[in-house]
Design a protein around this ligand. Structure first.
Ligand code: G6P
Length: 608
């Protein structure tokens, strides 16, 4: 999604803004730009495509300054084009970068057109630039003009504004999109994501909805929407907020897949002792909630939604607590009925996904006992909005398509399932056995990664196909769904997931000798049923590929299969997800796709 970076300093800082924008590339974008005050009119440069185009264009100019803002755009209003790229400038004096959507921009635009403003772009952001310019004709102070402007805007926004008449300050405003200030001695910065702030910052401040701020090289002040000064807490930036680069890997996605054994250790660290989930895994308040808990609602988007689906199988099977899992954008608008004694769980890697955040805000007013989030980014909007957060500790994830995040989310949700069972005193012996099994997860993930050569060979044989079907049953059905999602995102090949039992209710009609069908085959109580489904595909000439537990080898009569060590039934979905990630990765690479930034997609979807 769109990214914002701004720096105000005593020295020349356009290159710092560019460095920050490069760190936001992973979020997905289609154009980029930077603007700086000069005291002699705003200087603005924008390019379409990747950041390297902007860097090249900048090299041909002499644009420099000590107060600059930059942006990576992911088109919402108006197609990706040079005129639609940010920053948007009004009368060489005001420049604005903006994330989000201004819902009433057409009404404002009509007023501005009538007042003589000329539009260059199709964006809602250009309206903000002209509006501030217009207000400044009577209101001489930039902050006051921005406060007035913000009151007139409906919708979601994070924005940074510079003015050439007041060339040493940046004004910030936030409503429903993330914006964070970076503080260093003689320099202040702003970004939509902590990872894009200069690593030299000493503190970060997360702005809240309705906040405005004025930053200069030596000062910062935050205001509420009525212009009253407000205090917001300062935090030390977490070292995990900054990326260490690709290291020896070809792509971030590859690195993040291979990091999973380590990520699993971090997600588990300090959370299991003597085959028991530690007491401090959750707070006393949450423990009290779990005691009387009768229902759970889980809400998430994308890959995080699949984590929720797996957790639903675990919780209902072991703890017998009813669990409903929703896609956030559906939950928000389906008038959900909140059952008795219900816990609301939001799962999100970024903690900023607009639909998940809105669902959480809705849930907070709807009568749940407690709101819990499972999140990777500490202090993100979803963490701040929740009563409690269980951090997944996966470290910064750069690949747009989530990989290691799912593993860490499942581990945390597995721990929560075990804790809930313990609190409800359910099957202590089985819970202990499952806890032991979860403790092996890091080693088992390493073993699964050893099968990468075989997965690569499979990738080579299906990389030229147009369609692929993924099958799974029970708690592995969400893994088939995740496999299809990862596959389509990265390979651009159409992929669908089906619960294997549904095959004969429709998708079997698609199966012929040109259709690869890939199934996940654990050795569980559904094995015989799954083997019948495999036979159904083979009988229609389909190309069947099986990711199988080694211990059910003798039962599967299929030439194309890849074996995995038996890991136990509880952690099996976490483990079988890994070869599917590798498969999507290899097919994407073979097809020459940008696997880290797949076309049209964004990492953190901060608009509805
Ligand atoms: C985007 C990303 C996905 C991610 C989803 C939910 O679509 O491309 O990889 O799963 O958002 O994001 P969240 O940060 O809430 O987990």
């Amino acid at each position: 999604m769109c990214g914002i970076v701004g720096v105000v300093s005593k020295k020349q800082i356009v290159s710092n803004v560019i460095e920050g924008l490069k760190k936001l590339e992973y979020r997905g974008y289609d154009s980029a730009g930077v603007a700086t005050t000069t005291g002699d009119g705003i200087k603005n440069i924008r390019t379409i495509g990747k950041m390297k185009n902007l860097v090249k264009a900048l090299a041909k100019t002499s644009i420099e300054g000590s107060c600059a803002i930059g942006h990576t755009r992911w088109a919402t209003h108006g197609k990706p084009s040079l005129v639609n790229a940010h920053p948007h400038v009004s009368h060489d004096n005001i420049a604005v970068v903006h994330n989000g959507i201004i819902e009433n921009h057409l009404a404002l635009k009509s007023f501005l057109l009538n007042s003589g403003y000329n539009y260059q772009s199709d964006t809602d952001t250009e309206t903000i630039a002209h509006l501030i310019h217009n207000i400044l004709l009577s209101e001489k102070d930039l902050l006051k003009a921005c406060i007035k402007c913000m009151k007139m805007l409906h919708g979601s926004f994070a924005m940074a504004v510079i003015c050439d008449d007041m060339p040493d300050k940046i004004i910030l405003a936030k409503n429903a999109c993330p914006l964070v200030i970076g503080i260093a001695a003689n320099e202040k910065s702003v970004a939509s994501d902590v990872s894009a702030l200069p690593q030299s910052i000493e503190h970060v401040i997360y702005l809240e909805d309705g906040d405005l701020a004025e930053i200069t090289a030596n000062s910062y002040q935050i205001y509420d929407e009525s212009g009253q000064k407000v205090h917001r807490e300062k935090f030390r930036p977490h070292p995990n907020s900054f990326s260490k680069g690709k290291e020896a890997y070809d792509h971030y996605m590859q690195k993040e897949i291979y990091e999973q054994p380590k990520v699993a250790q971090l997600a588990m660290s300090g959370r299991i002792e003597n085959n028991r989930v530690t007491d401090n895994f959750i707070s006393h308040d949450l423990k009290m909630v779990l005691k009387k808990l009768e229902n759970i609602h889980i809400v998430a988007c994308g890959t995080s939604y699949h984590a929720g689906l797996v957790a639903g199988y675990w919780i209902e099977k072991l703890v017998k607590v009813s669990c409903r899992i929703d896609i956030a954008s559906e939950y928000r608008y389906r008038s959900p009925v909140v059952p008795k004694n219900a816990l609301f769980i939001t799962i999100s890697q970024s903690g900023e996904t607009a639909d998940s955040l809105a669902a959480l805000k809705f849930a907070k007013k709807s009568g749940y006992l407690f709101t819990l989030s499972v999140c990777n980014v500490d202090n993100s909007a979803i963490c701040r909005e929740s009563d409690e957060t269980l951090l997944t500790k996966a470290g910064i994830e750069i690949g747009v398509a989530s990989t290691k995040s799912l593993t860490s989310q499942l581990i945390v949700l597995g721990l929560l399932t075990l804790k809930l069972a313990e609190i409800k005193n359910i099957e202590p012996r089985i819970v202990k056995k499952m806890t032991k099994e979860l403790s092996t997860i890091s080693a088992v993930l390493s073993q699964a990664l050893h099968q990468s050569k075989k997965v690569k060979a499979l990738a080579e044989s299906i990389a030229n196909k147009d369609h692929v079907l993924f099958l799974g049953r029970g708690q592995h059905y969400p893994i088939a769904m995740e496999a299809a999602l990862k596959f389509k995102e990265i390979s651009y090949i159409h992929a669908e997931a089906y619960a294997a039992g549904e095959l004969k209710h429709g998708p079997l009609a698609l199966v012929d000798n040109n259709m690869p069908v890939i199934t996940v085959c654990p050795n569980d109580q559904l094995l015989d049923k799954l083997i019948s489904n495999i036979e159904e595909v083979k009988a229609r000439g389909g190309q069947m590929y099986v990711f199988a537990d080694k211990t059910c080898n003798s039962k599967i009569k299929n030439n194309n299969h890849i074996d995995f060590e038996n890991c136990g039934q509880f952690i099996s979905p976490i483990v079988f997800n890994v070869p599917f990630q590798l498969l999507a990765y290899y097919v994407g690479v073979i097809r020459g796709n940008d696997v880290d930034q797949p076309r049209n997609l964004a990492k953190s979807v901060t608009v509805e």
